[in-house]
Design a protein around this ligand. Structure first.
Ligand SMILES: *Cc1c(COP(=O)(O)O)cnc(C)c1O
Length: 378
């Protein structure tokens, strides 16, 4: 059996090697390394895939979030509400821009923003909501957009983990994750569902005005060459990454399907385990399983992780510490307001999840988890 990895980028690469190698060599020969035609082509191909008016490529997913916030012309101390249970980048950029991060609890089943807590957190200084489509599934955009509209707030979807997922509104309209809010952001970090071979990111919007602004901000606040109208940043997707992404974008739906198939295998194997909760698939969103995250109810999560490690099965805790308790982002809080986040920190365990999992590997992983769980019951 092939060695089991959390993410197997190498096997995935070898399947498309000659195609990708040729494309990369072409970029090297063209010497159009920055803002070349490959970037432009990727941009418009992603626009059609997502059915969104504008894609603005940038250097990574963290920049994408920062630049999206910069485009809104916020003032120091303006409040941005986001989830306490997410990757740090979401909160980091809020602090970096001297805005006030207001962290709220998540829903226990979907790991995404609790919309009742969202309503309660809104104040006259609230300007933006950042829902995070965590682990591959959309937050409840129907309710979030309604709350945003009622309170005149902007919505930036952090879509670093759910590219290709689809949200269906009550009337039946379906939209791709990242295209429903004021803006959406994503990351092309190698291990993301659409990953390049270095760093990359993008911002999505249907607003012409915001798209213009964003294109200036990523390029030193420059709308006309050497005229700087505002303080911007330098944040670019390079041509080598763009050409890799052009090869991988047509494969994204298939990649997400492969992840779903692995998730189905896990779900079935764990269906009768009273102390294992498998990921809940919300009826409003497809799930692209950036992570397959179990909740372990018998208090033995760390022991299970150790047991699997001894069998050379990697399993990761995403995320072990609440952002509100991190030194850098500390927020005074009442534990009663963060019951779900605090439970999840102790219960979650993500199993290997990628596009190249083989049945033999899945069987070995699930048998090993079941072996541990059964031993605990006796
Ligand atoms: C990966 C990730 C980011 C940051 O993306 P980078 O490209 O690594 O900067 C932001 N938010 C979430 C939820 C992520 O998973």
């Amino acid at each position: 059996m092939k060695k089991i990895q959390m993410v197997d980028l190498q096997t995935q690469y070898f399947k498309i090697k000659s195609d990708v190698d040729n494309a990369v060599l072409n970029v090297l020969e063209s010497a159009a390394f920055i803002n070349g035609p490959e970037v432009k082509s990727f941009q418009s191909e992603l626009e059609s895939y997502l059915d969104v008016k504008h894609v603005i490529p940038c250097a990574n997913g963290t920049d994408a979030l920062q630049i999206a916030l910069m485009a809104l012309g916020l003032e120091e101390g303006d409040e941005v509400i986001t989830a306490d249970f997410t990757f740090a980048a979401t909160v980091e950029v809020i602090h970096l821009l001297k805005l006030k991060a207001v962290l709220i609890d998540v829903d226990y089943d979907t790991f995404t923003m609790d919309t009742e807590k969202l309503k309660a957190a809104i104040t006259p200084r609230t300007k933006v909501i950042i829902p995070v489509h965590l682990f591959g599934q959309c937050a409840n955009m129907q309710d979030i957009l309604k709350i945003a509209e009622a309170n005149k707030l902007e919505v930036i979807e952090d879509n670093a983990q759910a590219i290709g997922a689809e949200f269906t509104f009550a009337g039946g309209r379906a939209h791709k994750a990242g295209t429903m809010g004021t803006m959406g952001t994503t990351s092309f970090f190698p291990s993301k569902n659409l990953g390049c071979y270095g760093d990359g990111g993008a911002i999505f919007t249907n607003s012409d005005e915001l798209a213009h602004k964003l294109r200036g901000i990523v390029n030193h606040g420059m709308y006309e060459r050497y005229y700087h109208d505002e303080v911007g940043v330098n944040s670019r997707l390079d041509s080598v990454q763009a050409t890799v992404l052009r090869k991988k974008l047509p494969l994204l739906d298939g990649y997400n399907e492969a992840r779903r198939k692995a998730a189905d295998y896990y779900d079935e194997a764990f269906a009768d385990q009273p102390d294992l909760l498998t990921p809940v698939r919300a009826d409003y969103s497809t799930h692209v399983f950036h992570q397959y995250t179990l909740r372990i109810l018998n208090g033995k999560r760390n022991e299970l992780q150790k047991f699997l490690a001894e069998k050379e099965i990697p399993a990761m805790i995403y995320y072990p510490v609440a952002l509100r308790k991190q030194k850098a982002y500390f927020q005074d809080s009442d534990p009663a307001d963060f019951k779900n986040t605090d439970l999840l920190l102790d219960q979650v365990l993500s199993l290997p999840m990628h596009t190249e999992l083989e049945e033999e590997q899945l069987k070995y992983i699930t048998d090993s988890v079941l072996e541990f769980m059964t031993a605990q019951q006796h």
